[in-house]
Design a protein around this ligand. Structure first.
Ligand code: CA
Length: 364
């Protein structure tokens, strides 16, 4: 952050808290700064916008107000998909988003959100925290003057909302579906016309018939957008986003200007919000699914194994191609694939084996 912006930010804090800009000087003396957080989400959108607000509060509280974080919803300061550039060039200080939105900068960013048939939330956290993921992410984001953190996870997403049944690959031919990132590319390979739209534009597009189908997140978020009012077929599983990490990136100069204790408070806030958001998605999806099925008569459908097999094969190709686009992305891809291989072997004996065992028809 430039000195000029720093002074401007401090003046805003002084004016807002004391109602007199004359108090700006003492505020600077105390080292108080206001940081602008831009997001890719509508204001207070469940889980995403509210997670960003909670993260801001954690940083503010954790530094005793030395760093006061003000949140800007999508479009308030910059358009949603320009959040990355805004933080990179210092227009904003940090963002709350999902990294695949930046795949136009480098395909490597996809691996730090989710890729089709990739990692679950717990496998992803294992890679980032303990499998070399964070170091690779730091290397990638530092090229753009950004320090990245995990800041939430949606868990396994749903496959999406369709205005007709999709029983075979034929049903995907020409289907106009909203699916961003590599998932969208996978569907294009099997003949669909996939488009990327920010959250706030999905419902109107579905209603007008501009798109026939959409994915968003899961029952909780999808209920909030009201997709059930236009489409009734709700498919699972969300092969394209098996555990999407939400993230927050801070302008590198801002990060480096923080004291050790402020950096510690920011890191702790990120880690705490990462877990809290992840748990909240699981809790709220349970209730929202009941509401969708019982109150709104949504028809739940599972993708056929034939469809999943074909999409899985296309996913392998698309992810491999994305992973070969430049030298750093090749390193990221190699690390990710190695971790995925080990995760499949362990998950098969742990989470997957247990979840299957729990479905046996015993009385409990
Ligand atoms: Ca999604």
């Amino acid at each position: 952050m430039k000195r000029r912006d720093f002074l401007k930010g401090a003046a805003v804090v002084g004016a807002a808290t004391a109602g007199a800009s004359a108090l700006a000087a003492p505020a600077i003396a105390q080292g108080k700064r206001e940081l602008k957080m831009v997001t890719t989400w509508p204001k207070n959108f469940p889980g995403l916008g509210t997670g960003a607000e909670r993260l801001a509060k954690r940083i503010t509280d954790g530094t005793d107000g030395q760093l006061t974080v003000k949140v800007f919803a999508a479009g308030e300061l910059v358009p949603p998909f320009e959040s990355f550039d805004a933080v990179s060039n210092g227009t904003a200080d940090l963002y709350h988003a999902a990294e695949y939105y930046w795949q136009g900068k480098s395909k490597g960013f996809n691996f730090f959100a989710a890729v089709p048939f990739g990692l679950t939330a717990s496998e992803h956290a294992a890679w980032i925290y303990h499998g070399g993921g964070q170091e690779l992410w730091d290397e990638l984001s530092s090229k753009f003057n950004i320090k990245p953190f995990m800041a939430g996870n949606t868990g396994v997403q749903m496959g999406g909302w369709f205005n007709k049944e999709v029983n075979s690959l034929e049903d995907y031919k020409g289907l106009k579906i909203r699916m961003p990132g590599l998932g969208g590319e996978v569907l294009r390979r099997i003949g669909a016309a996939a488009v990327s739209l920010p959250g706030g534009e999905i419902f109107p597009s579905l209603q007008s018939g501009a798109i026939d189908a959409t994915e968003w997140v899961g029952p909780w978020n999808d209920l909030a957008f009201g997709f059930y009012k236009v489409t009734k077929y709700y498919y699972y599983p969300g092969f394209h986003e098996p555990g999407t990490a939400l993230s927050s990136g801070m302008n590198m100069k801002v990060w480096e200007s923080l004291s050790k204790s402020q950096q510690g408070a920011v890191k702790n806030a990120m880690a705490a919000e990462n877990d809290y958001t992840w748990a909240e998605f699981n809790a709220r999806n349970n209730n929202a699914l009941d509401t969708l099925l019982k109150k709104h008569n949504v028809k739940l459908k599972k993708f056929s194994n034939d469809v999943l097999q074909a999409i899985g094969a296309a996913s392998g190709d698309v992810v491999k191609e994305a992973g070969a686009t430049d030298d750093l992305t090749k390193k990221i891809y190699a690390s990710f694939i190695q971790h995925r291989k080990q995760s499949i072997a362990w998950s098969k004996l742990s989470d997957q084996a247990f979840a299957n065992a729990r479905l046996l028809p015993f009385k409990y």
